[in-house]
Write a protein that binds this ligand. Sequence first.
Ligand SMILES: [Fe+2]
Ligand SMILES: [Fe+2]
Length: 196
Amino acid sequence: MSELETPHAGDDHSRDDDVVALLMRQHGDIRNLFDEVEATSGEERRDAFRRLVRLLAVHETAEEEVVHPFVRRSVAGGQEIVEDRLKEEREAKEMLATLDDMDPDGPDFLPKLIELRRDVQTHARAEERYEFIHIRRSTDVTDLAAMAKAIKAAEAMAPTRPHPGVESGAKNMALGPVAALMDRTKDTVRKAMGGS
Ligand SMILES: [Fe+2]
Ligand SMILES: [Fe+2]
């Protein structure tokens, strides 16, 4: 086990109904997982990278279902804001797919990972600045509670900690299944939001 302990997204139980706090914590978890991938090697790195891919997939899918639609309908200039974020998310997913095909211990992996990390951080900052701030100001309590519930439901699908002794399990999480994970996340989020 790495001495780097990535806190689990569910560790902080005090702010479960605050959708912005939940999303900000996930941004923090993503940052920590990047640290963990960078600091490790071999099987440990593979495992940390799989958890990073999973959390990114679940987090971005949940945002696409919950955050962006809210901003589109409730914020002046929301269309443009959301288009910019979706473009960043698409680019990140492509880079993630490239990384997934690479040998995590090969010489090109880390530079590419650092590139992705920089883009993901820029993207997260833009969300916090142009989207989350509007969610915080929203007074529709029912809407906020539904969004928080959906983010929590999605979060449960992406463990941030390693599972001791299940190294082979990491192999089952290649990007093919990640596409399926995104579909499942979409279903989970829609159900939690009260849709069909
Ligand atoms: Fe995002
Ligand atoms: Fe985000």
